[in-house]
Every structure is written in C-alpha cells, then in structure tokens.
Design a protein around this ligand. Structure first.
Ligand code: F6P
Length: 342
C-alpha cells in the first residue's frame, strides 16, 4: 500500500524523528511512503509530494523543523477543498494518510476520516494541549528551552534589582509556563486557564521583596493569558483556523507591575525560539515511538485513531476523543506551582 505522511500546524522539535520512524517501520511492513509538502496544502491542487525512502530520511533524527514543510491550510475552509483532498488521494493511489499535527491538523484528519479517508494521527504541539495523550512530542524541548532562558533571566534580574516578565508560548493552555516556571523557580506564573489578577501579582512580588530580603522577581506568563478577563491579542490577523496572532501580554504585565510596585520591570518574549532547533533526547525517543506505532496502526488498519502516550506505554486512541476538547492545566498541578509564589 502507498501511504502519505504530512506535518501540519506550527512546527515542533521531533517532527523529523516521527517522519523517519514512519518510513523505517513502514518499509518493514512493505508500505511505500509518500511525503506531502506543507501540510494539507500539499494534498490540494496542485498536489506537492515526493517519495520518502530510508535514504531520504537518513540523518534527520536530530534536526529541528520538518523536512516536509508545514502550513496552517484548512481544506474545509476552501470551497470544495476537502473533496479536492479526497480526489487527489485517490488519483495518487494513496491508501492511507499519517497526519502529524495538533488540534487543527488532527481536526481536519477527524473530518476526513468521517468522509471515508483512511487516517492515522500523531499528536504534535509544543503547547501539550491535545487530549487523549499524556504528552505531545516537542513539549519537553520547549520546556527545556524556556527553563534555560528563565535561569539566565534570574542572574540578570538579580544583578540589576529588577522584575523580569518572561512570555512563553501557550495559546489555550499554560503547560509550558507552568512546567518551565516550576523548573526555573518563577515567583509568579500566569496561564490562560486563570484570568490574571494584577493586584494579587503585585502583592506577591511586594511581599517577596519586603519579607525575603530580595530585590528581584521572575514572572512567567503564557502568551494566551488574559488580563482581568480582557484579550491579550497583539494583532487582528487570523489564520485559516481563526487563530489570532498572539504576543504582547508580557509587556502589558511588565508595565502594570512597574507602575503599581515602583520596581523596575522588563519583559522578554521567547517566541519561536521555543519551537526551533534540535529536539531533546526525550522528544526524539517519544517521536520515534509515535512514528513506529503509527506505521503499525496502518498495518493493522486502525483508521481514525491517534498514537498516544498513556503512562509509559504507546496506545491507539480515537481521533475524535483527542480533538473533542483541549487538555488544559488542572488545578491540582497548578497548586504545586502556587506553593512557590511570592
Ligand atoms: O503550535 C502552537 C503554537 O506554538 C502556539 O503556542 C502559538 O500561539 C502558535 O503556535 C504560534 O504559531 P505561529 O507563529 O506559527 O502562528
């Protein structure tokens, strides 16, 4: 059978590890693998694809980004787009699609499956907000990058007696902020799940400076966190899935903290640094396990399912379950972070 592999949505460290594993395991199952360029866009007109072999995927395990390219193209947003994808798959004689992506890419996969396409999913997002799996690959790398940055911000904040606000990624869920904040010893962590109470934030910081004998603090904020119920958007531009381009909450928070506390406050935005570059060993292993499992799912014809981490094992879960609702930070976990606020 010929299968198509694509990567959609924001890129993520570990994508190449998954692609390599699908090809290597797929060849063992006698599958011919076709790489689709730029996500779902590559299955629309004209289709963009090339043959993926063991040789073509050699030496990519440690590389960031994706050799296939990616996009946020949503075929369901173009008139006749989904039908075009189905037609092209048939014209190319593709028997199944391995879609590597987050909620949007896998949401498209779910709908195509309902239209009769043989689909298998692999959960990708640095935000770690996909349901059905304990972790997505790429998340651990992003947390490590953010933690390294927070460590560096600590020493300069301390030297200058400053408050530093570090803005990390996390559109709907504060997983990166909470994990890197705990690991980096942040004094306050702000996440999309909890509207920001700026008075409380300032109280924490002032209490810390008054009672702990220190003159610096670190605040970690997820880019999707909202101030007092307001919006944290910095742009009106939307992508095809209707997402606003985020960024800017860190600077807003920094200005408010400085005004209310009188402490000099600066902000740093980590942005795409968290998504680029080489994956950690953990994400290379997780991506490899997901890729091998996805090829096995194709061999077993487990259509409409996604490879998932459940505890220490890799399992197959329904795509519909994975895309039904986002996995957000739970109160019990956030309570661990809160022990160290202020
Ligand atoms: O893929 C998830 C994510 O990293 C979000 O945290 C972020 O809001 C978004 O992608 C930004 O993506 P882009 O810059 O590609 O629009």
């Amino acid at each position: 059978m010929k299968i198509a592999v694509l990567t959609g949505g924001g890129d993520c460290p570990g994508l190449n590890a998954v692609i390599r594993a699908v090809v290597r395991r797929g060849e063992q199952h006698g599958l011919e693998v076709m790489g689709v360029r730029e996500g779902w866009r590559g299955l629309m007109d004209p289709p963009l694809h090339f043959r993926l072999t063991r040789e073509a995927t050699s030496g990519i395990l440690h590389l960031g980004g994706t050799i296939l390219g990616t996009s946020r193209t949503n075929p369901f947003k173009k008139p006749g787009g989904a039908e075009m994808v189905v037609r092209n798959l048939s014209a190319l004689n593709v028997g199944a699609v391995v879609a590597i992506g987050g909620e949007d890419t896998l949401g498209v996969a779910t709908k195509l499956h309902q239209m009769g396409v043989n689909v298998v999913g692999v959960p990708k997002t640095i935000d770690n907000d996909l349901s059905g799996t304990d972790l997505t690959f790429g998340f651990e790398t992003a947390v490590q990058i953010a933690t390294d940055a927070i460590d560096r911000l600590h020493s300069t904040a301390e030297s200058h007696n400053r408050v530093i606000v570090c803005e990390v990624m996390g559109r709907h869920a504060g997983w990166i902020a909470t994990h890197s904040g705990i690991a980096g010893g942040a004094d306050v962590i702000l996440i999309p799940e909890k509207p920001i109470d700026i008075d409380r934030v300032c109280e924490h910081i002032m209490r810390r400076h008054r009672t702990r004998g220190v003159n610096f603090s670190i605040v970690v904020v997820a880019e999707g966190a909202k101030l007092g119920g307001g919006e944290s958007k910095a742009s009106e531009r939307l992508d095809e899935f209707g997402h606003i381009r985020l960024g800017g909450i860190g600077q807003q928070i920094a200005e408010l903290i400085e005004k209310r506390t009188g402490y000099e406050t600066r902000s740093t935005v980590l942005g795409h640094i968290q998504r680029g570059g080489t994956p950690t060993a953990f994400d290379r292993v997780l991506g490899t396990r997901f890729g091998v499992h996805a090829a096995d799912m194709v061999a077993k014809q487990e259509w409409g399912k996604m490879a998932a981490l459940r505890g220490t094992l890799i399992a197959s879960v329904p795509l519909a379950e994975a895309t039904a609702k986002l996995k957000t930070v739970d109160d019990a976990f956030f309570a661990v972070a809160e022990v160290f606020f202020g």
